[in-house]
Design a protein around this ligand. Sequence first.
Ligand code: TRP
Ligand code: ZN
Length: 882
Amino acid sequence: MKENNAPKTIRLSEYRAPDYLIDETHLDVRIFSDYTDVTAQLHIRKNTQTAVATSLELVGADLELLEIKVNAEPVPESLYSIADETLTMNNVPGQFILTLVTRIDPKRNTSLEGLYVSKGMYCTQCEAEGFRKITYYLDRPDVMARFTTRIEADKSSYPVLLSNGNPVEKGDLDAGRHFVKWEDPFKKPCYLFALVAGDLSVVEDRFVTSSGREVSLQIFVEPQDLDKCDHAMDSLKRSMKWDENVYGREYDLDIYMIVAVSHFNMGAMENKGLNIFNTSCVLASAETTTDAGFQRVESVIAHEYFHNWSGNRVTCRDWFQLSLKEGFTVFRDQQFSADMGSETVNRIDDVNFLKTVQFAEDSGPMSHPIRPDSYIEINNFYTTTVYEKGAEVVRMIRRLVGVDGFRKGSDLYFERHDGQAVTCDDFVQAMEDANQIDLSQFRLWYSQSGTPCLQVSSEFSASSETFTLTFKQETPATPGQPEKKPLHIPVAIGLVDSTGNDLPLELEGGTRIDPDNPVLELKQPTETFVFRNIKEKPVASLLRGFSAPVRLQYPQSREALAFLMAHDRDGFNRWSASQQLVVSVLEDMIAGFQNNESVQPDSVLVDAFRTLLTDSSLDLAMVAKMLELPTEQFLAELLPKPTQVDAIHQSREALKQALASSLSTEMTSVLDRYPLHTEYHYRDQDVSERSLRNTCMYYLMSLEQDDVVERCLNQFKQACNMTDQLSAFKALVHSSRSEKSQVIEQFYQRWSNESLVVDQWFMVQASAPQADTLERVKELMNHTAFDMTSPNKIRALIGAFCNNNPVNFHNEDGSGYAFLADQIIALNKLNPQVASRMAVIMTRWANFDQARAGLIKQQLSRVQSEPLSPDVYEVVTKALKS
Ligand code: TRP
Ligand code: ZN
């Protein structure tokens, strides 16, 4: 482990082009049971454009150097030195071949970066800086080389040997060993290198590209998972077709391989021609995977595939530019998912996630721009800000330049920068050049952190027949950025008349507004727009489709919200109105809770929900979405601080029960109208039916009456798919009914061989609101199925408890915080990346009352007094500094 008490801060302003380049990288990886030896032959050349130095510095971590040669001549010890993960060589020639032999220990590598072993299978994870754990190298994305890889291992244990590109040679060796040699024709940075050795089964298919080239598609999994690859394969083919149709991008190699591994820090990795996936993002079957799981597989498969252009063909100059590939690729996978299903439902899910997680991140001590200016550990910057807010920024550009203009811009970007390592600014420049527009103010979205707050007021004048909207934008100060400038914000709007139609929009002063896509472009701190010829008072529908990642503050009456919920032409804003209505009702109930009075929910909400449940003309998927109550985490983010953990939980439960009692007839008839499917299909209509039925079941179960419990138990037993079974399981486990212990046992017995289902089993138990949950979580950490080296298991048990169980995690006795600190300290040694993700939870201390904030800080200090990885060090230090 890297261990350091004051790790160095890396700054964007200090970026320098590399002094040396590597044209070719030839690796020979020999896997033995106790160690692995790596021979690297690097064709190195001085970068004539920049080089001043004559000394070469390569980075390496956890390596034992066995040999070092320049042009086949051993280098004497006096001519090189190794210190602080740096191999320095003085007076090297302008061009030479460096040969390095290093020994590594993949079996003891629990960090899951570099070369490691997952369930007996060797695999790599090199992004962001894992390649340095394989050999000494110029481990930076602006150094791009052509790679060949020879892998050698025992043939019976590791019959499958994979790397990037095409297989060019293979053969048997002495002592039951064999080798395969791979060649990748494309230059790439080392973070895209990959290698796999294991006993894997493969599912094969093919895809013919638009220019008629045939691509072999292969998904490698453990033999027992062969029946769970169809959905991933189908998603891959649809992604390939979609990228051709929508972006004009074709695949460029003859083989596209995907390997599923159990132990993986993130979702998946776009290594050139050899994607490595967390099993949770590849495997899917009706019996073991929920609808949400199917959706996740589809979107991650697409995401990694799309990286082949947005990330691999055009890559990042340095890690500050991470959003160049991630923001753009998330945007592309969001567009793809929208095209494959319901655009509105996808948008709702994406925005919900952004507002719950990214807004919270951007208002805390880890707040950073989508292009950060500095970092200590780059792994800490694979964040919802870089990914999801980054995608929102790309989405805003598309709104500003239009769909066709955006395609022109992306064509120019790919053409201009193919084979290069570039910056976010190059992306914006291509958009500007292709569309002859000025995005100079817009560029602030890349450098300024924090969520802008947009306050809106409106005024209707019957006498002058005008409707006036005034916008005031303000971005709160964030760490390192006390002053903020006004941003260029696109606000999509409509003014809705009493019949539910959009009024034609005409601005006073003659500013034109596109009738098909009305967008107000804000650029000043305060801006006023006067609409003329408005004869009746309209209801304003603002920020349609969530056209900018801002906090909108526009107070509207509950009647106006109920009206928009029923009539807004924009599906996203119908949902948004329903959420605002629920939140405003919950605010009453929370206030009541604090004064010890029970407040019944406003009948405006009950009536609106009744309409949702009974009007058969409505879109089922939307009805299901609108009936879902916002999560406690979403509410915590939105409502004033300090967060009233218990009041939020109790009021939300009370609202759930009140709605269930008032609407029990309507909800019960939904259960009758949509009986359990006897066959599973992952298709829109069925997903919506399951979602609506399970939402109604969830409401009704809050009353815990015998007839519903009976129904729920039946669903648990009879469900033909994981969506229905897990919904019933969760409703029972989160109730106080005595049946639950048996159900917990039965579920485990049924699924103990399906690791991903066991994750769900942990997750449901860890998020139970009952007071004994922490004890149960601690017990489960000793369960045979729990594994402290598996990020999936850690997220399912520890992560679910700390993130999805606010009342228990924030127990005022501090037990949740002490538990988390213990886990961070343990994980810091095993897997710094995962430890640091867990530590992020504690950075939110300032959102809580003094007593809780004090307890969290105590635990942070306890963690800080340990010898820390740079990952955890950075998070804990920033949390305590604020
Ligand atoms: N580039 C990957 C993606 O977004 C992210 C990723 C996968 C990653 N594994 C990682 C980042 C490990 C850091 C560390 O698709
Ligand atoms: Zn990505």
